[in-house]
Structures are given as structure tokens and as C-alpha cells.
Ligand binder design. Sequence first.
Ligand SMILES: Cc1cc2nc3c(=O)[nH]c(=O)nc-3n(C[C@H](O)[C@H](O)[C@H](O)COP(=O)(O)OP(=O)(O)OC[C@H]3O[C@@H](n4cnc5c(N)ncnc54)[C@H](O)[C@@H]3O)c2cc1C
Length: 343
Amino acid sequence: MKRLFDCRLTPDRKLRTLDEAHAFLQDRRMLTLTQDSAIPSLFAATHEEAYDATKKGFASWPKTKWSWGGELAERATIQAKKFGARISVPAEATGLEDRGEHHVVTLEDGKTVESRTVVIATGARYCKLPVPRIEEFEGTGVYYAATQVEAQLCRDDPVVVVGGGNSAGQATLFLARHAAHVRLLIRGDDLGKSMSRYLADRIERSPDVEVMRNTEVRELVGDGGLEALVVENKQTGERRTIAARALFVFIGAEPYTRWVGDHVALDERGFILTGESAARAAGNGTWEQLGRQPLLLETSCPGIFAVGDVRATSIKRVASAVGEGSMAVRLVYEHLEHIGGVR
Ligand SMILES: Cc1cc2nc3c(=O)[nH]c(=O)nc-3n(C[C@H](O)[C@H](O)[C@H](O)COP(=O)(O)OP(=O)(O)OC[C@H]3O[C@@H](n4cnc5c(N)ncnc54)[C@H](O)[C@@H]3O)c2cc1C
């Protein structure tokens, strides 16, 4: 690896394959490549990039100056294939079961894929408000998560949260610390009906939050960005326009977990339990027999991992889903080592 640093790379030629990388470096009596040392070259579009990647020891990122989603996905696919991944597209998983020491994923066309480990990353479907123009404002004024990022975006602005569950309650209290004014819209008249009492109490006591009961959003108003909402009181039929630079929607999400059946433990909303909560849910001596507890992203079934939105208690963000995916790879190796080494 070290000797690659001496390499005088120029951007005139592209290294496309491992063989080319070998040839290039051996031509220059650089070194005999090991698999590891070759990795930076494999992802780099040019020698210059290979040099940069090597210098940074940054082998796991498909180097690119700027990409749109499609291009980035394409590069990621090429990278995965270079590592030996086999990709089936389209392929819908419809079942999961054990066969000996393997897990078997059944696909929609009846084919099966056998593996000692499975990483589930099937995500969740967010319920959307049935309101015109909702998609137009998604990402710029309509959000499905309230993190520090969104809080900064709507700092000192009036915001509206829709939903009567705990997610809506937590988001409301969090946003009340940042936004100019927070309105919480619920369809019913009792905040404590589907929200934990402690959250409902705190919201009702908060001077920065206005709870609008029996109220639904009817229209989104804005030219370029969200400016206001037209809301309707379901009991009186009265409509009014309220200022809103951001609308946070927390009316439920359905994880794509029907296909896993009861093979792994789920929470009450169908999200996959991992780590300690998976161990508690397993409760059949599986883990005692193995002599270890589930790893951080491991489900109640040894060797099956869950990452991203489909995982209970995960942060529902792109960066965290990607981060969990990369963590899972490390944990897969840990599991494989435990059951008899990586083959
Ligand atoms: C409207 C909207 C706006 C958002 N905006 C942001 C934002 O600005 N920033 C941010 O960080 N996050 C945002 N999020 C959240 C972000 O999209 C998710 O957190 C992230 O995509 C989760 O990644 P994931 O890989 O877990 O799941 P997903 O990205 O949902 O990917 C899951 C994939 O699995 C596939 N799948 C499902 N079931 C099966 C099956 N049985 N077999 C095979 N494949 C299956 C799905 O088709 C999908 O392609 C937004 C979400 C929504 C809905």
C-alpha cells in the first residue's frame, strides 16, 4: 500500500480493471499488488484520482466529482460488482426462511437465494396527506422527519405539524425550541388519545405550541416555497389560512416487512427489532445457545440484519440508512467469523 504513494499518476489514462491496475503499476516497478492495495485504483476514474484515493486510504467510495442520483447509483452498482456482488433487478423478496445453516430468500418469480447472512433494507412507505401539490413541496417545505437539519431550515419561521401520535408529539416539542411558532393539527379532539400522556401534557402546557383540534389540511399555498396552509375545522366546516413555512407530516409509516413473516421479531408497528430489543423479543434460548447476544443491527434471528427505515427506532434519514448499511457489512463479517470464518 505504502509504495503506491510513490506512484506518479497522471490523469491521462483510465484504470478500468484490476488487470490494468496491475499492469500499470508493475510496468513502473511499483509493487506487486495485493487485493487491498489495488482497491483504490479500481474505483478511481483516472490515475490522478487513484493517487488521491490511495493517499487518503479511502477505498470504499466510488470517486466522482459530482453526480446526480442516477449516475451515483450506476457508479455504486459498478463498484459493488467489482467486489463480486451479484445484482438481480427487478427482484421482489416475498419470503424468508431457514434451510440448514442458510437463510433462504424467495423471490416473486419463485427463484430462491441462499445465504449465510441476510441484510434487510426494504424501507418503509410514508403515509402522505391527501392534499393537492403535496409532492411539489416535499423536501423544500413538506418534511417527514424533524431533525436538527429541518429545525435549522425553518428557524424562526411558523411551522405546522400534522399527526396525533408520539412521533408528531416529539417533533412538536423539538421544533418548538427552534421555530417562531408551532401549530399541531390533529383530526380528533383528544390529544391524549394516541399520544403518550406525558407528551400530550407537555404540549398542552407549552406556550410556544398551539393545538388545533378537529382540523385537517385542505390546501398548500406558496409560489416557489411553502407559505401557508388552508385548514378546515371538521366540526364547523370553517376554513382559514394559517402561515406555514414548513409542514411536518407524521401520520404513520408502514414498513415493508410483510414478506419476512414471523421469521424475525417486529415491533407493534411492524418494524424490525435489532440488538438488545431483538434479544428480548427472541426469548427462546436462541442467543444463549449461541453464546452471544445479537449484534447492534442483528435481528432476533442470528445472521439476519436490518438497516435503514425498516429497522425499529432507526433515524429515518438517507445518511443514517447508508451509515447503517456500511455498519452492517462489518457486523456480517463478525457473525461469519463467529460461525466458522469467512469462506
Ligand atoms: C417524501 C420523502 C422525502 C424525504 N426527504 C428526505 C430528505 O430530504 N433527507 C433525508 O435524509 N431523508 C429524507 N427522507 C427519508 C429517506 O428517504 C429515507 O430515510 C431513506 O430513503 C431510507 O433508506 P432505506 O434504504 O432504508 O429505504 P428506501 O430508500 O425506502 O429503500 C428501500 C428499497 O427497498 C425496496 N423494497 C421494499 N420491499 C421490497 C421487497 N420485498 N423486495 C425487494 N425490494 C423491496 C423498495 O422498493 C426500495 O427501493 C424522505 C422520505 C420521503 C418519503
